[in-house]
Each structure stands twice: as C-alpha cells, then as structure tokens.
Design a protein around this ligand. Structure first.
Ligand code: EPZ
Length: 416
C-alpha cells in the first residue's frame, strides 16, 4: 500500500506557492453548469476532488481541458442531469451540482454524496432549499430525484450557516423567476469567491460576505474567466508544519485576512508571522500551548484547521483544549496522533492536548483529509522514520504536498 515516508526532526526553510482553494474551485466548477458557455478558470489545484468534479462535468456532456493550473470548461453541449453514484460517493462537493442542474435542466437525479467521515453530514438543508424554490424532491431508495422546471423566488432561512447548502441555494436562486433572500447564509471566503464568479457570469447578488444574501433571479448569464482564490486551509497546514518544525517559511500568494484566528493562535504559541507578499512564519519549534480553541463558522476558528493546529501543538508547553462545534465526529485523527506519543484526552466534543517533550516515529493511517495533514505535521517534527498510509485522503485536497515540503528541506517521499 502506498505510504509517505518521512524522516522528521528538521526545520523547514524556503518559499512555496499556495494553490487555488479546493472549496472554492469545486462550487465554481459546478456553477459552470448554470449557463451553456465557455469558461477559463485559473489557479485550479491539481487534486483528486477537482478531477472528480471534472469527471462529473464530462459525464454530463461538458468538455474540460487542463493546461497547467488553467481549466477550460465548455458546457454548451452539457445535456445530462443524472450524476452516477460512484462519482457522488467520491466527495461531499458532488452535491453542489444539484442546484445548477435543477436551474439548467429543471431536473436533477443524484445519490447521497460521500466525503470525509466527520459525522452524519445529511443534505436535508440542500433538499429543503430546492423545495422552497419550487422543486419537487423525492427520495426513491438511494436516489434523490428533483423536478422543478420553473423555480420561483422566495426566502430561505438556514437554522445555521451551512456552507454547501448556502452554495446550492445561491446557484439555484440565480435561475429563479423572481428574487431570493437567504438569511443566516454562510459567509466563508470560498462562498464570496463563488459569488464573485457568478457575478462575472452576469448574476446579480448583493450582501456578499454577510449572513444575508439578496439574489435577483433570471439575469442573463454569459461566459466568464476567473482566478480561484488561494487555499486558506492549505495555507494553515503549511503554517502549522513550519510552527512545529521550526525554521522560516514563506507562503506565496496566501491571504492572511482569511485566516485571522489561526494566525493569532500561532502567534500566541510563539511564532513570528509577517503578512506582506504572502505570509512568512518564523518559529524556533519551542511552542507554548494556547488555552482554548473552539471551531466555529467563518469568521470563527475554521474547523478544517483543527487537526493541523492540534498536530502543531503536540509538543507545546502546557495544555490546549480543542472544542469542535461544527462536526459531531471530527477527532478521528486523535488515536493516530497518539501513536506518535501524543498526550490527548477526549471528552465528548472536546480534546485536551498536553504537550510532550518528544514524539516517537510511527506508522499511521489517515482516515480523512485534514487528519492526513495532521499526521504529516506530526511526522515532520519527529526524529526518525515515520510512515503514513491512507494517502487517497491527502491527495483529495493537497496539490503535490511532498514536492512542496521537499523544497522546504523536509525528507519526505512516496513509497509502495
Ligand atoms: C464544507 O462542507 C467544506 N467542504 C468542509 O471542508 C468544511 O469543513 C465545511 O464546509 C465547514 O466549513 C467543501 O466546501 C467541499 P456544512 P459542508 O454544510 O458544506 C451539517 C475539507 O476538509 N449539515 O457547513 O458539508 C453538517 O453535518 C472539508 O475541505 C446538516 O445538518 O459543511 C455539519 O455538521 C471537510 N444538513 C454542519 O452542518 C445539511 O443539509 C456544517 O456543514 C448540511 C449540513
């Protein structure tokens, strides 16, 4: 089985580019379904989830080609409205094709999406939204069948700011006959990126970046070119690696305003972080724990950074209490981090990390995307050879991690 072989314990030095944001490019690729046109998307990461989204588009009849980090998408001949179950199961973002397919064809047939096992992760809010906008939604065994030749305007109120449900609501609303108001919308930077792309296509969306969005449906849409925002969670991951290993690392193209809680945490832990021309972090690898980290929807502490930051603080002096409020089961990385000798106690939705002097090399297996990143960070700071399995999870969301880490001086290679 393929593994990353990491000989850790060395500081990291150098500069690496941050790739385009996975959680922005995926809804934007889905949005190209809304209008039969030609789109040039720059700064697209070369990751498994993007390859899955491209395969979904091609299965529906679109033409997609990649040159470097540029994806050219032609959806003029896109005529399909059914997404095969095997593609739905490969990632959570496959559900983001629901709104666009309903908007384009008046119908959509899909199954429940896959994705990281972080708890139940239902799609009830996605389906309720489609019904509120006029679609008939029926569940027949595993199949979700949506039929709505005419979507009308209205008001959508989310009980909590769901990222994916907000994205599906915006994309369906763009095609409604009338206006749509979304209350308690999520306002992650990736949603702002989707909205900016839709506006480039001709959509009229007001309130972007707030919890209340106003969409004027039925505006004529057209081709658009767009550059995807940098990936803030990839940025957080490399910041955590540098914090834990020590050294000086510059992340080219990173936007610090997307990561304020993570930057504040690493500064409190003893790192120096400068924010111009990207982000530069300096660390002596001797960190101090921060008392409390509680994940929350944006602009709170990002849940996707919880595992990487936990890995960075495994040797920090003192204790850090992590409270996970977004997903009900997002501590699957804890048993794997303990194999490195980490001292982590779980109690319900909280995990308490007590810093240890040294970690020991381990053989571990990742069980989800950000857990995989946490294991890499643990291995990088540990003297000796560690092996990390379950790389399919890492490859879903990180573009060439071993190349980037090797360029920073890490001893890391992929082996069978
Ligand atoms: C998006 O997932 C991201 N994925 C996740 O990133 C991220 O962790 C999450 O937002 C929160 O920021 C993509 O953008 C592709 P939610 P999503 O809907 O849309 C519950 C990563 O590592 N919920 O905001 O699925 C749900 O179970 C991934 O890159 C419902 O109950 O997140 C969860 O507890 C992991 N009903 C909470 O809401 C619904 O209909 C937040 O989920 C939808 C969600």
């Amino acid at each position: 089985m393929e593994a990353l072989v990491i000989n850790g314990g060395m500081p990291l030095h150098g500069s690496v580019p941050i790739s385009g944001a996975k959680n922005a490019v995926l809804p934007i690729l889905a949005a190209t379904v809304l209008h039969g046109g030609k789109y040039v998307l720059c700064n697209c990461p070369d990751i498994a989830d993007v390859r899955t989204a491209v395969e979904i588009l091609q299965t529906l009849g679109a033409q997609v080609t990649r040159v470097g980090d540029v994806l050219s998408v032609d959806t003029r001949d896109l005529c399909g409205y059914m997404i095969p179950g095997r593609l739905m199961l490969q990632m959570r973002a496959s559900v983001l094709f629901l709104g666009p397919l309903l908007a384009r064809h008046g119908r959509a047939v899909l199954t429940l999406p896959g994705g990281c096992p972080l708890g139940h992760r239902p799609i009830d809010l996605h389906l309720q939204t489609m019904s509120q906008l006029g679609a008939a939604v029926t569940l027949v065994e595993e199949q979700i069948r949506c039929h709505g030749p005419v979507l009308h305007g209205g008001t959508v109120c989310f009980p909590f700011p769901s990222v994916g449900a907000t994205e599906n609501a915006i994309m369906a609303a763009v095609a409604c006959h009338g206006s749509v108001t979304i209350h308690n919308a999520a306002k992650e930077p990736e949603i702002c990126d989707l909205a900016a792309f839709l506006q480039a296509m001709g959509a009229e969306i007001k309130g972007v970046g707030t919890h209340t969005l106003y969409i004027t449906g039925g505006m004529p849409l057209h081709d658009a070119d767009y550059t995807i925002m940098p990936d803030r969670i990839e940025t957080a991951t490399y910041l955590c690696a540098a914090a834990a290993c020590g050294g000086e690392v510059t992340l080219q193209g990173a936007h610090s305003d997307h990561l304020i809680p993570v930057i504040q945490t690493l500064r409190q832990a003893g790192c120096t972080i400068e924010e111009q021309d990207g982000i530069t972090i300096r660390s002596d690898a001797v960190l101090t724990s921060v008392e409390e980290i509680e994940t929350a929807p944006y602009p709170g502490f990002p849940t996707d950074a919880q595992a990487p930051v936990m890995a960075a603080l495994l040797r920090a002096r003192g204790k850090t209490r992590f409270s996970e409020t977004v997903f009900e089961q997002r501590f699957a990385h804890v048993p794997q981090l303990r194999r490195f000798g980490a001292d982590i106690r779980l109690s319900g939705a909280a995990a308490v990390v007590s810093g240890v002097e040294t970690l020991v090399p381990a053989r571990t297996e990742a069980c989800d995307l950000r857990a995989a990143a946490a294991l890499v960070i643990a291995a990088l700071q540990t003297q000796g050879e560690s092996r990390i399995f379950g790389l399919k999870h890492l490859d879903r969301g990180y573009d060439n991690p071993e190349r980037k880490l090797s360029s920073l001086g890490a001893s890391i290679r992929r082996a069978q």
